[in-house]
Design a protein around this ligand. Structure first.
Ligand SMILES: [Zn+2]
Length: 119
């Protein structure tokens, strides 16, 4: 996969998760586009970063959402079980790596692969 393919794949995965959680809107999508632009430059400078880019783009969007809307994505599992108040998922591995996965920050349970959040 070329760096550019990796960035476009990452964009599609994060967009899908935004849509699945009904968080896709003009601001979140523009945060995604900003991250894609930055990370495309970054992977052009560091080809090994290709494997990390999807997790990093998801984290960029999370950071941006936190400042504007609050935590995203919220954990769909504990909430359904009534086990805990609303809390977020985080990307594992947290410094970026292949096969980024959403993990519940309370229980540590793996919820879904990036791009595969339940709707
Ligand atoms: Zn949870």
């Amino acid at each position: 996969m070329t760096a550019d393919d990796a960035v476009m794949t990452a964009r599609a995965l994060v967009l899908r998760d935004l849509e699945a959680t009904r968080a896709a809107n003009a601001e979140s999508v523009s945060a995604l586009e900003e991250s894609v632009t930055t990370r495309r430059w970054w992977t052009s400078q560091w080809a090994e970063g290709t494997a990390y880019v999807a997790g990093l783009i998801a984290q960029d969007v999370q950071d941006s959402m936190l400042g504007r809307f609050g935590r995203w994505p919220l954990c769909p599992i504990c909430e359904a079980a009534g086990a805990a108040g609303p809390h977020a998922l985080y990307i594992y591995p947290d410094l970026g790596g292949p096969d980024p996965t959403w993990v519940c920050e309370e229980s540590g349970v793996r919820v879904a692969a990036l791009g595969d959040l339940p709707g």
